[in-house]
Write a protein that binds this ligand. Sequence first.
Ligand SMILES: [Zn+2]
Length: 193
Amino acid sequence: MAWTVDDGASTDVVARYTQFAADSGTRLTFFLNGSYDSWAVNAPLLLPLVQSGQVQLGNHTWSHADLTELSDTGVVDELQRNHDFIEDTYGVDARPFFRPPFGYHDDRVDDLAAGIGYTVPTLWYGSLSDSGLITEAQVVEFATKWFLPQHIVIGRANFEPVCNVFPQLLALVAERGLQTVNLNDVFTSEAHP
Ligand SMILES: [Zn+2]
């Protein structure tokens, strides 16, 4: 199962997700927006996990823009600025995976993204549904529904409740015999042969 975590509106939630990964060995992919301070603030904690390959960073645009509403230049700028931030801060190349904010993309967006190496718009098959504030019990309920083999599951590093149920989520992974993977573990690409 690929456990992917988006945005990063909360510095504290990013820190707790990172500590969780460090403590549990869970492999994660963060689709981050560099416009949130959390990714610079937490870089010292996160950097060793990124450099070891346990945590992968993907491009979720700089400021969480709906790419389908932007000009061609705007689309490229949103992706390139975030790409450069990830490279400068973490020393890794996030290509070829980008996650279009809200899941909104079209042929024009995909062509523009591919033009700068982002050839894989990465959506999901299962969600913790925590883009808004939900309860801890709801997070566990959605995880129970979607933590399944060969699923890409999306969560967000925006609200606290998920952090308070990490033990329950980890128990689900164990009970179901799931192995967590990030995208580079499964797919090869030019940037990550
Ligand atoms: Zn998002």
